[in-house]
Design a protein around this ligand. Structure first.
Ligand code: SF4
Length: 299
C-alpha cells in the first residue's frame, strides 16, 4: 500500500497552547475500541483519572466534556494533561489523528489536514509552491487501482492543472473546472446563503458571518492564491468520495460554492480568509449531515 499526501503535509505541527480555537473545546471526543480497552486495563495510576472521565453515549465511549465544553484533560495553559503524564502515544485515535483526514483507494491511502484547524488553514492557504500530491511511503506490495479510481484520479489531476494555471483569473479557472465535468455554475449565491443558514448550526460565529453579507467591496487581488489553495484542498479531500458522474459534478459544484462563499465573506466583511475557511470547514465539512445535504442540493 502506498501513502500519498499534499506536498505541504509534512510541515504541519499542532500549535497546542498557542491555538485560539483548540479542537479540545466544543467537540465530542469519541474513544475508539482499542484505546478504550487500553484505558480500561491501564495499571498506571493515571489510568484511574482517565477512566473517571469516560462516559457512554448510546453504544459509544467518549470523554465527558466539562461544563465549559472543554476536554477534561485540557489544562488552563492549553496543554494536554494526558500527554504530559503519559506521552502522545497514550491518546485515543481521534486525538492522535486530528485534524488529519484519509481517503482510501485499492492501491493507496491519501492523507491530508482539515481546514477546521487554524494552523492547518494557515499552512494550506498560504503556501507559495504549487500543490502536488506526493508519495510519502510504499510498503512494496503490488496492488492495482480499479479503472474507475484511475479515471477519478486522472480527472482530479486535470482539475488541479486547470486551477493552477495562473495565466487566467481564478474565477475563469473555476468556470473551466465546472465545464470540464459538465456541471452547472453557481449563479444565485444569496439563495445558497439562505440554504446554508437553514443547515445544522454548530458555531454561531458562522451564522453571524453569513448574516453580514450585505455590503459591497472588491476582493483584494492578493486573495487569489489562498482561494486557489482552498479550491484545491476541497477537490483533494472530497472528490475521492464521488461514486459516479453525478456525484463528481455535485462535488465540483460544492468546491465552487465554497470558493464563492469564502470570496464573498472576504469581500464583504473584515474576516481573514483563514478564519472564514476554518469556520466553513468546521461548520460544513465536519458535519456529515451538512455536507450530505449540500451535496444532494448541488447534484
Ligand atoms: S485545532 Fe489544530 S493547532 Fe489547534 S489544538 Fe487542535 S490540532 Fe492543534
Amino acid at each position: 500500500m502506498k501513502l500519498y499526501a499534499p506536498n505541504y503535509y509534512k510541515d504541519f505541527h499542532c500549535i497546542a497552547s498557542a491555538c485560539k480555537h483548540s479542537c479540545c473545546v466544543g467537540w465530542e471526543i469519541d474513544i475508539d475500541k482499542d484505546s478504550l480497552s487500553r484505558y480500561q486495563n491501564m495499571t498506571h495510576p493515571y489510568g484511574e483519572i482517565i477512566r473517571k472521565h469516560i462516559e457512554m453515549q448510546d453504544d459509544t465511549a467518549c470523554f465527558a466534556l466539562t461544563q465549559e465544553e472543554r476536554c477534561p484533560f485540557l489544562k488552563e495553559n492549553g496543554l494536554c494533561d494526558m500527554i504530559l503524564n503519559l506521552g502522545e502515544d497514550s491518546l485515543c485515535q481521534i486525538c492522535r489523528d486530528h485534524p488529519r483526514f484519509r481517503n482510501f483507494f485499492s492501491d493507496r491511502e491519501e492523507i491530508g489536514i482539515g481546514l477546521c484547524c487554524e494552523e492547518a488553514a494557515r499552512l494550506v492557504l498560504f503556501q507559495k509552491e504549487k500543490t502536488e500530491i506526493v508519495l510519502l511511503s510504499d510498503d512494496g506490495e503490488k496492488e492495482e487501482l480499479w479503472e474507475e479510481e484511475e479515471a477519478l484520479l486522472s480527472l482530479r489531476e486535470k482539475l488541479f492543472a486547470i486551477l493552477q494555471d495562473d495565466t487566467l483569473p481564478l474565477s475563469e479557472r473555476a468556470d473551466r473546472m465546472l465545464q470540464e465535468v459538465g456541471a452547472e455554475p453557481i449563479t444565485d449565491l444569496h439563495v445558497w446563503i439562505k440554504r446554508l443558514l437553514g443547515l445544522e448550526q454548530l458555531d454561531v460565529a458562522w451564522q453571524k458571518l453569513l448574516n453580514q453579507l450585505n455590503t459591497q467591496e472588491r476582493t483584494p487581488r492578493t486573495l487569489d492564491l489562498p482561494l486557489e489553495k482552498f479550491l484545491l484542498y476541497l477537490l483533494y479531500r472530497h472528490l475521492p468520495n464521488a461514486e459516479d458522474e453525478s456525484e463528481i459534478r455535485a462535488t465540483v459544484r460544492f468546491a465552487c460554492l465554497g470558493y464563492l462563499l469564502i470570496k464573498t465573506i472576504c469581500e464583504k466583511t473584515n474576516t481573514p480568509i483563514e478564519e472564514a475557511a476554518r469556520l466553513f470547514s468546521s461548520e460544513i465539512e465536519y458535519s456529515e449531515e451538512n455536507t450530505r445535504t449540500l451535496l444532494e442540493l448541488l447534484a
